[in-house]
Design a protein around this ligand. Structure first.
Ligand code: NAD
Length: 323
């Protein structure tokens, strides 16, 4: 009989497998999000991908046409080059009846009352035990703890998932989601062994058939190894892990000379990142990826990927620890 890997988190969120897709700027679009939810994971739209709250509302409706399973919305609270209408996005999340929100970056204290008042489950993604405890204290339901292996913003303390996950589990009463470095069934079992109730994956989902990025980017992820990422913006205390390319090299060189955000902005701008993803010109801007890019060797459908992760995890449980 097939072993069903269930945890408190899968039961609470109404999902079949303990696999959550982390919000990814530009990538977490309705087709990918719905494919992940339909395959038994939790797909998450990313609010800031849409220029306006109305754009997010349209994407939520499109996702609902593609899946009847639960999905969430990510709201990232980090410095931006252009102001974002966060209040408008939160209003849409509430009025559209979204049940699960992933916040990331700064803690979501300014929105927590509105979100909890609408009975929304809040997952806060953060990069240290200190931030995780703060999230718990303001009423978040789950913490997604991001080891420095992660794509995007790993924080400034460089603590790996192997340490950060059990430290968060030890310090928190709310369930913990393991984020940063997860891409396969081995990682899923490791995360559960460390005390997490689910894994959060980003990079692995970018290299899938349903991912909306250009084929060149998917091929880049397949080609890249675990040594092919670098940090940028550390000097601004807004570190981002990106794939090595000429733009990343330029940013690092400028930072070494003391450049500030004004000088770096034309290089690090998300608009250039979008160009990479949509045109496939991999030198057009920064492209974020986690260290787990070393474990990404193919471009399966989302359903194939999730099925493989779950069956590999089951096989580990069934065979690796028996006599
Ligand atoms: P953007 O073009 O506004 O900014 C580009 C980069 O510069 C971002 O990493 C941003 O954090 C950083 N930045 C901007 N102003 C800064 C400042 N004053 N000091 C230090 N760093 C600064 O970013 P975007 O691509 O339009 O993305 C919008 C927001 O979403 C940003 O905060 C970005 O970091 C965040 N983001 C979210 C995800 C996600 O997966 N949810 C992924 C990537 C980026």
């Amino acid at each position: 009989m097939k072993r069903h890997i269930q945890t408190q988190i899968t039961k609470d969120l109404g999902i079949e497998h303990p696999i959550i897709q982390g919000g990814m700027m530009w990538v977490s679009q309705p087709e990918l999000v719905a494919a992940i939810s339909n395959a038994g994971g939790l797909g998450i739209l990313t609010a800031l991908t849409f220029e306006t709250p109305e754009g997010l509302a349209t994407a939520i409706k499109q996702t609902r046409e593609l899946t009847s399973k639960p999905f969430g919305v990510n709201l990232t609270l980090l410095p931006t080059l252009a102001p974002k209408n966060y209040d408008g996005f939160v209003d849409v999340i509430v009025s559209e009846g979204i049940g699960i929100v992933e916040t990331a970056g700064r803690n979501p204290v300014q929105f927590i009352e509105k979100l909890k008042g609408a009975d929304i489950k809040v997952i806060h993604k953060c990069t240290s035990v200190r931030f995780a405890k703060k999230a718990e204290s303001i009423g978040c339901d789950y913490v997604s703890i991001d080891g420095c292996e992660c794509a995007g913003h790993p924080g400034e303390e460089d603590i790996t998932s192997l340490i950060l996950i059990p430290r968060a589990v030890d310090e928190l009463s709310i369930p913990v989601i393991a984020s940063g470095g997860f891409a396969d069934g081995r990682g899923l079992i490791a995360a559960l062994a460390l005390g997490a109730g689910a894994i959060n994956m980003g990079t692995r989902f970018v290299a899938t058939v349903e991912s909306p990025v250009h084929q060149n980017v998917k091929d880049w992820l397949v080609r890249a190894g675990e040594g092919d990422t670098t940090y940028v913006m550390r000097s601004l205390r807004n570190t981002e892990r990106v794939l090595k390319n000429s733009i990343a090299e330029k940013v690092v060189a400028l930072e070494a000379k003391g450049a500030g955000i004004e000088e770096l902005a034309p290089l690090v701008s998300g608009k250039n990142g979008l160009k990479v993803l949509s045109t496939g010109d991999i030198e057009a801007g920064l492209c974020t990826a986690g260290l787990c890019v070393g474990l990404v060797n193919d471009i399966p459908t989302v359903a194939e990927l999730i099925e493989r992760i779950v069956s590999d995890a089951r096989e580990i449980l069934d065979t690796r620890f028996s006599d």
